[in-house]
Write a protein that binds this ligand. Structure first.
Ligand code: ADP
Length: 392
């Protein structure tokens, strides 16, 4: 069976077509700058890469070209070969606790939750509608970034604010990156042959979050009502005292939205280092003796370590800490710095084993009190697997 995994953003559309007999990507790619001048698309697999400029007035244009190209490039012989389409949907509120087949009611709900994710859900809706128009008979599944976290107990997902805010407006922690944390838990459970693991899953990319997972159920996570909360990220601040917002508004004569933009786009590694949001640049700047880059790195590592320590206690111990996403899969030094700070818990790294990128591997030493693993994430495959399971 062949399943397409789709991640639609406001001006982009990412796709991967999977052969589900082998779980291998047949082709993947990206449509960029949809509705903006200079739009283009990329198609690639192990044999070729095509990049082409093309006018893309809207997402429907992108979908039409995508489907035409699949046949033209002989990836498939006809569109009938596509058995299902899985859509990444950022916010499913507390209503969607797992992936679902998309019908009119689901689509209506995704529109309704735009209130909670104004930048993402509307783009996801556009993506769903564009495919519905061109392939009306192919079943579609919604895979929610928030779903995996919906097993958190109330004491972990509520904020200590007036209860009526939760009841009236849904003010609570939702958590994000759920598709990735779910995939990591599945993978590490397979590797270790156990489904009763206590896992601390560290997804450290441009955005970052950590999840505490007990026997497959998420019990706590770092992102909150929005993806702004939790650990220090590339350009997001992570946790801050909300009183900073009115204080800076007054000092700099700013609107709330401007301060929020600064917290989302000009903070984190970028805000502190004043060098870059990319950890590769931070590592380079540190080598050149840049003090602010060093400070940013220390703050990043500390924020991760604090949450690992918290979740270690919340879980009542830990069987395995996993690292994934851009930084987690590639930054050997960041992993080392994090694990070294956990030595008081008896967690120890095998420094030689840690000299690795992008493959499933045990990184802890034999005498470590808990396992440490590198597990590359694959959100697209997770979306395709959920889609297959629901349409079968
Ligand atoms: P996103 O959240 O956008 O999906 P990714 O998971 O792709 O992000 O992570 C991107 C980040 O990973 C980059 O901004 C960079 O900080 C980090 N990264 C990627 N490769 C390396 C590397 N070789 N060494 C250190 N950091 C890396």
């Amino acid at each position: 069976m062949k399943i397409m995994s789709i991640n639609a953003g406001s001006s982009s559309l990412k796709f991967s077509l999977f052969d589900m007999d082998t779980n291998k990507v047949m082709v993947s790619g990206l449509f960029e700058r949809i509705g903006i001048d200079g739009s283009c698309y990329t198609f690639k697999n192990s044999e070729f890469k095509i990049k082409q400029e093309a006018p893309l007035k809207d997402h429907a244009d992108a979908v039409k070209i995508l489907l035409e190209k699949l046949v033209e490039l002989k990836i498939i012989n006809s569109l009938d070969e596509i058995d299902g389409i899985g859509h990444r949907i950022v916010h499913g509120s507390d209503v969607y606790t797992k992936s679902v087949v998309i019908d009119d009611k689901v689509l209506e709900d995704v529109v309704k939750f735009s209130d909670l994710a104004p930048l993402h859900n509307p783009a996801n809706v556009i993506g769903i509608k564009a495919f519905k128009e061109v392939l009306p008979n192919v079943p579609m599944v919604g895979v929610f970034d928030t779903a995996f976290h919906q097993t958190m107990p109330k004491e972990n997902y509520l904020y200590a604010v007036p209860y009526s805010w939760y009841e009236k407006y849904g003010v609570r922690k939702y958590g994000f990156h759920g598709t990735s944390h779910c995939y990591i838990n599945k993978k590490i459970s397979e590797v270790l042959g156990r489904d009763d693991l206590k896992v601390i899953s560290c997804h450290l990319g441009q955005g970052g979050s950590i999840a505490a997972i007990d026997s497959g159920k998420c019990i706590d996570t770092t992102m909150g009502f929005t993806p702004l909360a939790g650990i220090v990220m590339g350009t997001r601040s992570g946790d801050v005292d909300p009183s900073i917002i009115p204080y800076v508004m007054e000092k700099e004569d700013l609107e709330v939205s401007e301060v929020l933009t600064a917290l989302n786009k000009k903070s984190g590694l970028l805000g502190i280092s004043e060098v870059s949001n990319d950890s590769r640049d931070i590592e380079e700047a540190i080598k050149e003796g840049n003090e602010k880059a060093l400070l940013a790195q220390k703050m990043f590592v500390n924020s991760v370590v604090k949450y690992i320590a918290q979740y270690y206690v919340e879980l009542g111990g830990c069987d395995v800490i996993t690292f994934t996403a851009g930084i987690g899969e590639n930054s050997i030094t960041t992993r080392q710095q994090i694990i070294e700070k956990l030595s008081c818990l008896g967690i120890k790294l095998d420094v030689e084993a840690n000299n690795v990128r992008g493959e499933v591997k045990c990184l802890s030493s034999k005498d470590s009190s808990c396992l440490v693993y590198l597990v590359p994430t694959d959100e697209e495959l997770m979306i395709a697997m959920d889609t297959l399971a629901l349409i079968k």
